[in-house]
Design a protein around this ligand. Structure first.
Ligand SMILES: [Zn+2]
Length: 374
């Protein structure tokens, strides 16, 4: 980070009062608080991780925050995305987060970007940034963040969450990177919308990200430099593992070109979420089709527990049992799959079409259906 210019080397009386608990810390003090005030953090994703990250950085007095998120708030987000309330449903996540942050700290600058991070906007957005915080839920965004940060010599804080587990790392410009850890996109790693997550988990991981980011901006030693922290909330285990730089890493060796057609940046979320708009049925049409059960077989491809807890009718064939079930059925049937958010049912359609069976699936799953019928 740049040194602080002389003309900006004072805190106002209001700032001295606001940040008094920081100023009492020898590791922060006036110099550290001024460093935070002159810093620019870019937060990609305003969901579960973005909620604690953005609010703690704003409260701590990080002077410039840019929030990147093209999504709108959904009712199902409120279980963990604590920036939002019921009145925010349907509104832009980055804009609503901006309002919340400015209400928390009117002395900082906050900018909302209401689009997703992409190959087209990433280099402009990362210009003049001191640190990037990955609060996304997908590998495509992480590869993009990683590759641009490597080139621009920027540090970035990574976190991911899954059910009761999380992981977090701060990748520094000259250390091992995300591609050293994951050279290829893993297969069948679902994001939290397809696998479920304990509501408090992003709060824990996001708060850890914010802590490492603040320490970096303050110039403090980083506890997680070249380490991956694994958190398991089910039995409350915290473990860190050393990461080493891979000699073959294409990002560390400067061989990774930014290309919007690259398989790394093209997947909207997990690599197994193979959307096929041609087979997707919008929630509004779903009810009409399901009332005509003579010709349409309705199938819930979630697991048995999920089906028992709540379902939209039809039979239950969990996705892992579907190939065997498809091998036994009459090919003249019209199949209509559904699941919780539309990912597993999209996969089910793909499996059916491989066998030459006509199938469609409920777009956005039960969540979209319930949202449309509220
Ligand atoms: Zn690397």
């Amino acid at each position: 980070m740049d040194t602080i210019p002389d003309e900006h080397s004072k805190l106002s009386g209001r700032e001295v009062l606001r940040y008094s608990r920081h100023l009492q810390l020898p590791q922060v003090g006036v110099t550290g608080q001024l460093r935070l005030r002159s810093a620019h953090a870019l937060i990609v994703g305003c969901g579960g991780l973005g909620a604690p990250v953005s609010q703690y950085l704003a409260a701590a007095g990080v002077g410039r925050l840019t929030l990147v998120d093209g999504d709108t708030v959904e009712l199902s987000n409120l279980q963990r995305q604590i920036t939002f309330n019921e009145n925010d449903v349907g509104l832009s996540k980055s804009e609503q987060t901006t309002k919340r942050l400015l209400a928390l700290n009117g002395d900082i600058n906050v900018r909302a970007v209401t689009e997703h991070l992409s190959v087209d906007n990433v280099e402009t957005l990362f210009d003049s940034v001191d640190i990037v915080l990955d609060c996304t839920d997908n590998f495509a965004a992480r590869y993009l963040i990683n590759d641009v940060c490597k080139r621009a010599q920027l540090p970035w804080a990574y976190a991911s969450i899954h059910q009761f587990s999380g992981q977090m790392a701060l990748f520094e410009a000259d250390g091992p990177c995300f591609r050293c850890l994951f050279p290829q996109p893993p297969v069948n790693i679902p994001n939290c919308s397809t696998a479920g997550v304990l509501g408090v988990l992003p709060g824990i991981l996001g708060t850890l990200q914010a802590a490492e980011a603040l320490k970096y901006l303050l110039g403090m030693p980083l506890s997680l430099a070249s380490k991956l922290l694994m958190v398991e909330v089910a039995d409350m285990q915290f473990q860190s593992f050393c990461m080493t730089q891979s000699e073959d890493c294409i990002a560390c060796n400067g061989q990774q070109e930014l290309d919007s057609h690259s398989e790394y940046y093209n997947t909207e979320c997990a690599v197994d979420f193979a959307h096929n708009p041609a087979t997707e049925i919008p929630a509004a049409k779903f009810l009409k089709l399901t009332t005509n059960q003579q010709t349409t077989q309705l199938i819930d491809v979630r697991n048995q527990d999920e089906h028992s807890a709540f379902n939209l009718g039809g039979i239950n064939v969990p996705l892992d049992q579907l190939p065997a079930w498809l091998a036994e059925i009459d090919h003249d049937q019209q199949l209509l799959f559904y699941c919780q958010v539309g990912a597993r049912s999209a996969k089910a359609c793909e499996l059916a079409s491989q066998r030459g069976i006509q199938a469609s699936n409920l777009q956005g799953g039960i969540n979209a259906y319930l949202a449309a019928t509220l």
